[in-house]
Design a binder for this molecule. Structure first.
Ligand code: PEP
Ligand code: MN
Length: 341
């Protein structure tokens, strides 16, 4: 349930009313204060609340029931976009375009640092790299694990780029303490125990859309993290499984504006996993920017034919440089186009 307070309501009125709602109905009340209005978002069992009684209160402008099962992730509860800020000054969700780039798997210090320096020069603002890899085959390279995390931290020390890397199990959370953005991969989007634990920490979580997840299921997974108190969730559309076999997955480009409408969380697109082919990364990245994303995640490898995972979809640093320049030019054009009224 959403209660919009009158612009004349003072902070004290709002606090008193919020406490009253929590005590009388046993709900949790989320407060969002904008320039023009204050919105109270009620979470919990609101079925017993009489809308007419609430509407009749002096400080109440309007009351609405929220049909969607996701509450904290819902734009109705938080009309402004969520902006996630990092110590190095990076921001996601503020209208800028962030690029997370790096190899699918961390393979060696030389490989990672070489790629990190190059993608940084080309404008990437985060370094991605998998240390724990979810592979379809148990015989495929599973990642350098803890050593991979150390190499990522070293690459961050050298380049200053914050690091993004995937977690696969709850018992590893302590190990990820020094990671800047924890990625939950597509295969774990509905690992609810993992999501619940990640909800208890104060760190940005990059949540990838499951292989066949609906947008509502995707948002419910974000809700799991937020329900625990962690509001820093970044949503990543990375292609879904369809009947099409020409591409590894099908990039659901419409997910970007749909999510934008339904949620206040930042949205990024991963054209690498969406396509599975390096030559498709650029057009999909351009399309994502034109659809209004907050960022892109792109796989870059120094020697794609010999990559230990996802070589076919990885760009060389030189290819990435060109893609990044075109993508930033597209972003400039997008921002200009959006000023037209
Ligand atoms: C990855 O980012 O390397 C990865 C495994 O992604 P996804 O979970 O989207 O398949
Ligand atoms: Mn990959």
């Amino acid at each position: 349930m959403i209660i919009v307070l009158k612009s004349t309501a003072t902070k004290e009125d709002s606090l008193l009313f919020k406490n009253k709602l929590e005590q009388e109905y046993g709900v949790k009340v989320n407060e969002w204060t904008g320039v023009e209005s204050t919105v109270l978002g009620l979470i919990g069992d609101t079925t017993k609340i009489d809308i007419d009684y609430i509407s009749a209160q002096d400080i109440v402008e309007s009351v609405k029931r929220v049909q969607e099962p996701y509450k904290k992730a819902n734009r109705k509860f938080h009309p402004d976009n969520t902006v996630i800020s990092f110590d190095g000054g990076q921001k996601i969700g503020d209208g800028s375009l962030c690029i997370m780039a790096g190899p699918c798997s961390v393979e060696s210090e030389e490989q990672l640092n070489g790629i990190a320096e190059k993608v940084k020069k080309s404008g990437a603002t985060f370094l991605r790299g998998g240390a724990f890899k979810p592979r379809t085959s148990p015989y495929a390279f599973q990642g350098l694990k803890a050593e991979g995390l150390d190499l990522l931290k070293e690459a961050r020390r050298v380049t200053g780029l914050p690091i993004v890397t995937e977690i696969m199990r709850v018992s590893h959370i302590d190990m990820f303490e020094n990671v800047d953005v924890i990625q939950v991969g597509a295969r774990n989007m509905q690992n609810f125990e993992l999501l619940k634990e990640l909800g208890k920490i104060d760190k940005p979580i990059l949540l990838k859309r499951g292989l066949a997840a609906t947008i509502e299921e995707f948002l419910m997974s974000a809700e799991y993290i937020m329900a625990g108190g962690n509001d820093k969730v970044i949503l990543c559309e990375r292609g879904i499984r369809t009947y099409e076999t020409a591409t590894r997955n099908t990039l659901d480009i419409s997910a970007v504006p749909v999510l934008r409408k339904l949620t206040h969380l930042p949205i990024i697109v991963d054209p690498s996993h969406a396509s599975g082919k390096s030559w498709l990364v650029e057009p999909l990245a351009m399309a994502a920017v034109a659809a209004g994303v907050d960022g892109l995640m792109i796989e870059v490898h120094n020697d794609p034919p010999h990559a230990l995972s996802d070589g076919a979809q990885s760009l060389t640093p030189e290819q990435f440089d060109l893609v990044a320049r075109r993508v930033f030019a597209m972003k400039k054009a997008y921002d200009e186009a959006m000023t037209i009224e």
